[in-house]
Design a protein around this ligand. Structure first.
Ligand code: ADP
Length: 153
């Protein structure tokens, strides 16, 4: 059976931290779907089309990595796409606590055995978050070292 993973997130915008997780997960799965979760309660700096474009260009070198969007529960998106795995990155203890609650919840609300797989961030990239990147961008800082080359404002 094909091993399919969904990598869900806001990706507002994709950073080299996200890309690091995708690159390191690439050999582990037959297919990875990078999935932008749409949360109508959130406001974003980059619109959906822009975020999709940035991710598509960043992962273009991988034939088995695709990009999609979804509304609703991540586990429902996984079931729809026959994905058995949810991929997430861990940067620090705060991520761990947050991710632990979500992973347990996802296991509790589906009986289809969807496993969350965590990869630790590479050393040197654990400080990077989209929210800090957005702050740097808004305030005219050098954001280019924090994002893939294709992400430009
Ligand atoms: P969300 O809104 O779901 O937190 P993000 O786009 O911020 O979406 O993050 C998506 C995933 O990428 C999460 O699992 C997050 O922990 C991971 N991630 C974000 N930044 C990094 C980084 N610098 N290194 C490793 N993983 C990261």
């Amino acid at each position: 059976m094909e091993r399919i993973a969904v990598f869900p997130g806001s990706f507002d915008p994709i950073t080299i931290g996200h890309l690091d997780i995708i690159e390191r997960a690439a050999p582990l799965f037959d297919k990875i779907i990078v999935a932008i979760g749409i949360n109508s309660a959130k406001t974003y700096m980059f619109d959906l089309e822009q975020r999709l474009k940035f991710i598509e260009a960043s992962v273009a070198k991988f034939d088995h990595v695709t990009v999609d969007q979804y509304e609703g529960l991540t586990v429902d998106f996984c079931l729809k796409n026959n994905a058995q795995f949810i991929l997430r990155g861990l940067r620090n203890p705060a991520d761990f606590e947050f991710e632990k609650a979500i992973a347990h919840t996802n296991r509790a609300i589906t009986n289809k055995g969807i496993e969350t797989v965590f990869l630790l961030t590479s050393s040197g990239k654990s400080y990077i978050s989209s929210s800090i990147v957005r702050d740097v961008m808004r305030n005219g800082g050098d954001y280019k070292i924090l994002v893939p080359d294709v992400v430009r404002i």
